[in-house]
Ligand binder design. Sequence first.
Ligand SMILES: *Cc1c(COP(=O)(O)O)cnc(C)c1O
Length: 392
Amino acid sequence: MKLPDKRGHFGEFGGKFVPETLMSPLAELETALKTLKKNKRFKAEFSFYLKEYAGRPTNLYFAQRLSKRLKNLKVYLKREDTLHTGAHKINNTIGQILIAKHMKKNRIIAETGAGQHGVATATVASLFGLQCCIYMGAEDMKRQALNVFRMRLLGAEVIEVKSGSQTLKDAMNEAIRDWVTNVQNTFYIIGSVAGPHPYPVMVRDFQAVIGQEAREQFFVKEKKLPDYLIACVGGGSNAMGLFHAFFQDKTVKMVGVEAAGFGLHTKEHAASLSQGSVGILHGSKSSLLQNREGQIRVAHSIAAGLDYPGVGPEHAYYKKIGRATYVAVTDREALQGLKLLSRAEGIIPALETAHAIAYLEKLAQEVKRKATVIVCLSGRGDKDVAAVKELM
Ligand SMILES: *Cc1c(COP(=O)(O)O)cnc(C)c1O
């Protein structure tokens, strides 16, 4: 069975829960995707920019010293941190800006939390000379001042969002409002496998290159499939990007690592799968952090990129059918993970990615026999070192 179905459902999750005015632009996008999927020139263009501009393929690096420390684990790192702009997000923004171009939309909007998706969007908008507006929560603008400056340097307009918790979910609300008003000339680039159909499947297909490369590279090095795939989960795009190519490989276990913030027993976390319930947010049905009245709760994580109260619907589905398991790692453990990889391999990971690294120590305790692991190294830590310095 191919997922999602025609109407964008992954089992009971996904779909399209949007105001009437957005139904026609979403249909327009679906039609464009259907045509472009079969278009050889579009595929060649996408590969060209991934290779020549972003720096693909990324290496699958055997982390020898880290593996030695973890005893039973043989760890490979899929180096998305080496891409232009320092994270996997560029795979998706290149894909979506090419679609915008084919649809003849000359204005780009996006939401951003950590500022990483905003920077990746401003980057490709400038690459193609398109006007760009980025919505960002006032709180996030304070926490990520450097990324705000980066976006402005790249020529984007950054719009401060002062509603609600003044973070990512509010920025996404405002971006959707803008889209409703300006659908004629505007393309909305969503930063993860979230939002209404066809966004989750479109973003997944752009990020799937991570797993496609990793699967081949691992096979060349080890002559078999890996035992585990591990990735951090915010909206879930780097994780789904790694997982997707392995869906049919039943022996490969998949683990998504969510942010446990101050701990799952507190309300200060972002574990929307481990602790969430079914609901609707930003146009799709998934697992969310919400109170009994269905009001969205404020998420917390030390990593701004994981600080989202929802998660992509395909992950909710993977969890439901047991294809992947989801665990959570605290702020404190993530800091340890960041230190561990920095010292063991000379690679400072993003705080988001540090959650996946931190989980390796737990997995090493659990496995009985030697196991091979691919970790998605979603991004580099340069953006976080100032914050980490304060915290340490
Ligand atoms: C944004 C971001 C994430 C979280 O987003 P996903 O959609 O869950 O991948 C993870 N790591 C890095 C480095 C990021 O910038």
